[in-house]
Design a protein around this ligand. Structure first.
Ligand code: ZN
Ligand code: ZN
Length: 310
């Protein structure tokens, strides 16, 4: 590897799509710059915002908590960590410990909400309902997680909630929506999409950063990597899409960036229509496409199932 493009120091990482090589210090600096640039480009955070960071305890969310407190606390923004306990024995405990340690180290308040409190069942308990049904653990969990994060953000009186979705997550989700025939839902991915029924702005400060670089940042910052992976993670399609995109990127450096640009272009065309087509859920009042939101629909099916078994 050649020397650091910026300072001539010892090479640490080469960003293949731009041809730049960084030493450890310049990589960190460039990572912080990229995050800051994304935040300002999409006007994600304003002065005085109370920022809740959704911290699952994985490397991405720990990195996000670290970096947002580094950038925005000196500017007077309040930072909080919010975590969701899905109730997955073993797995969640370790991740929540990582989240708690980092929150304590940084001196930020942590809010934890659990599926059990919010919905009346843990993910472990809900999962035998799911068996034999055409719904993956991840999409099932995604529906409830998002609601739980929203709920925690409201309780924490945040004005912004930041999640650690990176560029890879973003492009994968876009492609999966296409593959599921879910074009109408693309509008939800618009970084400028304003959910009028929800008082807290949702932002993704890592959406323009490759997953590889987030992992490298976490490693460099000495953030813990979770050793146990979610026992329910068998989302076939997403891992195929991830592998495919990684192969494409290896052969054509920068192609993920191009896909992000294209995705955002397409998404902006659907943004207004998803706003128009949403109607309030008859149970909880949150936006839905059919008058019953996904959370309430799945929750009712699970409760019915639990009743039958009791
Ligand atoms: Zn350097
Ligand atoms: Zn509902």
């Amino acid at each position: 590897m050649v020397d650091c493009t910026r300072c001539g120091g010892k090479p640490f990482y080469t960003r293949r799509y731009s041809g730049e090589t960084f030493c450890a210090g310049c990589f960190r600096e460039s990572f912080v710059e990229k995050t800051r640039k994304t935040v300002s480009k999409y006007k994600m955070i304003a002065s005085g915002d109370r920022i809740a960071v959704a911290v699952s305890g994985g490397k991405d969310s720990l990195s996000l908590l670290r970096i947002l407190s580094e950038i925005y606390r000196p500017r007077g923004n309040e930072i909080m960590a919010i975590s969701v306990d899905e109730g997955v024995a073993g797995y969640r405990d370790e991740a929540l410990d990582h989240a708690r340690f980092l929150a304590e180290e940084l001196g930020v308040k942590q809010f934890v909400v659990s599926y059990k409190d919010l919905f009346g069942f843990s993910l472990d308990e809900a999962l035998d309902w799911k068996e034999d049904r055409d719904v993956s653990s991840c999409s099932f969990c995604g529906v409830f997680r998002r609601r739980a994060i929203d709920e925690a953000a409201v309780r924490a009186k945040a004005s912004v909630v930041a999640t650690a979705h990176n560029l890879d997550d973003y492009v994968q989700t876009f492609m999966m929506n296409l593959m599921h025939g879910d074009v109408a839902r693309l509008g939800w991915l618009d970084p400028a999409y304003a959910d009028l029924s929800f008082p807290v702005r949702r932002v993704k400060p890592f959406m323009e950063i490759y997953e590889e670089e987030v992992a490298l940042f976490a490693f460099q910052a000495g953030l813990p990597f979770q050793s146990v992976s979610c026992p329910y993670m068998h989302e076939g399609l997403r891992s195929e899409v991830r592998d495919y995109l990684n192969t494409m990127e290896a052969n054509h450096p920068g192609i993920k960036n191009v896909l992000l640009r294209s995705s955002l272009d397409v998404i902006s065309h659907y943004s207004h229509s998803s706003q128009k087509e949403s109607v309030p859920c008859s149970v909880c009042g949150k936006p839905s496409s059919s008058g019953l939101c996904n959370v309430c629909r799945m929750k009712a099916a699970i409760e019915e199932h639990v009743k039958l078994r009791a």
